[in-house]
Design a protein around this ligand. Structure first.
Ligand code: ADP
Ligand code: MG
Length: 359
């Protein structure tokens, strides 16, 4: 998808553009939209004592609690790259914009403190009350459930016919206690939350024409692509009970994300194929499809964490199952960063997004 800045011909420079912008804002566009967001956010976001001042001034004001430090993450959601308006209902777009950032907070064991949304909308989408309303509903419903106040942002007309949304999330963790990628040690066990491959299965179904535009989903866990559920509670419990030595969220698939964790920790890992928790949406699919979706399918937003073998890890935290899928080992010459162990004992190098036989 290309997004070239539109040239409006000679005499249409920055000053003219700003004059247009002001004119439109006065006509109600941008300001009305911000006011709509402000009102919706007031009613719909969970309250936080740290947030002293939210939407409406030049800056938001936060007052961190004593003994905590702030973690920050930012995620772009670009139409054509992360979602499509003809595939995703506006509720799903809004939900996914926030879910991506919340999943990063979950992976660090953080408690959400505030969200900031920078939004560029094509004029026609901005004037589409149903689209804007759906987008805000999806985003703010998740904000409410995760007690994440929308505390500010920026709004602009998109220079092309694409919706662009950037979310900045702030979270809090007890000082020095954030779950990081670099704490895994040889001998640690590797766990994942929930099930894998569901988002890839749903995405494949849309691509093959089964338009599953999800407006009012039933149980949210059954819609992992459209309404992924960031594992905030799990992350916070892992941190509070000191269960994990390292953690990462599975946004790009286990073959890629486990590699990131191994690199950061200076270790290598092995994964046992038959232990991978396969999402029910993959029931009836062929081995190849299941394999690709569980190992390389992205956007499941589950957590992967490592645990000291002396620590007892529960089977579930809340309603979320924890499954042991492998272990961390010492790096050795000739040992792959991530090895996939087949049920028959055969060992393969698990490359990011693909695999090859060990020689
Ligand atoms: P400024 O020009 O001083 O940055 P704006 O008019 O852009 O002010 O924003 C006014 C207020 O509305 C600010 O508090 C800002 O954080 C908030 N705001 C603007 N756009 C959004 C948005 N998309 N989501 C949430 N808050 C927003
Ligand atoms: Mg602004």
């Amino acid at each position: 998808v290309s997004c070239a800045l539109k040239s409006k011909g000679p005499g249409h420079g920055y000053a003219e553009a700003m004059r247009d912008k002001r004119a439109r804002a006065q006509a109600g566009g941008e300001l009305a939209l911000i006011e709509r967001i402000r009102r919706a956010a007031k009613h719909r976001s969970g309250g936080r004592s740290e947030l002293r001042l939210g939407i409406g001034d030049d800056c938001a004001i936060l007052r961190p609690r004593r003994g905590e430090e702030i973690v920050v993450t930012t995620d772009f959601s670009l139409e054509g790259r992360h979602f499509r308006r003809d595939w995703h209902e506006p509720q799903s777009v809004g939900h996914r914009v926030l879910a991506r950032g919340l999943s990063d907070l979950a992976a660090m064991g953080a408690r959400p403190v505030a969200a900031f949304l920078s939004l560029a909308l094509p004029r026609q989408a901005a004037q589409d009350a149903a689209w804007v309303g759906g987008f805000l509903d999806g985003l703010l419903a998740l904000a409410k459930r995760s007690a994440t106040p929308l505390a500010g942002g920026d709004t602009s007309e998109s220079p092309c016919d694409l919706v662009l949304a950037d979310i900045v999330l702030l979270g809090a963790v007890p000082q020095g206690r954030a779950l990081r990628r670099d704490g895994a040690r040889p001998g640690d066990r590797i766990f994942v939350t929930g099930a894998l491959g569901g988002a890839a299965a749903q995405l494949a179904a849309i691509k093959h024409g089964a338009r599953q535009k999800n407006v009012a989903p039933g149980p949210l866990d059954e819609s992992p692509h459209f309404f992924p559920q960031p594992r905030l509670h799990v992350g916070q419990v892992l941190l509070a009970k000191r269960l994990a030595t390292a953690a990462i969220d599975l946004s790009d698939g286990i073959s890629t994300d486990l590699r990131h964790l191994c690199k950061a920790s200076g270790v290598v890992a092995e994964i046992y194929r038959e232990r991978l928790p396969v999402h029910t949406l993959l029931q009836g699919a062929g081995d190849e499809v299941i394999s690709a979706a569980t190992l390389h399918g992205g956007e499941d937003y589950e957590l992967l964490f490592t645990a000291d073998p002396k620590v007892r890890v529960p089977r579930r935290i809340g309603k979320v199952a924890l499954t042991e899928v492998g272990r961390v080992t010492e790096p050795r010459r000739g040992r792959s960063m991530v090895t996939l162990v087949e049920p028959n004992g055969k060992r393969l190098t698990l490359a990011p997004g693909g695999w090859e036989h060990l020689r």
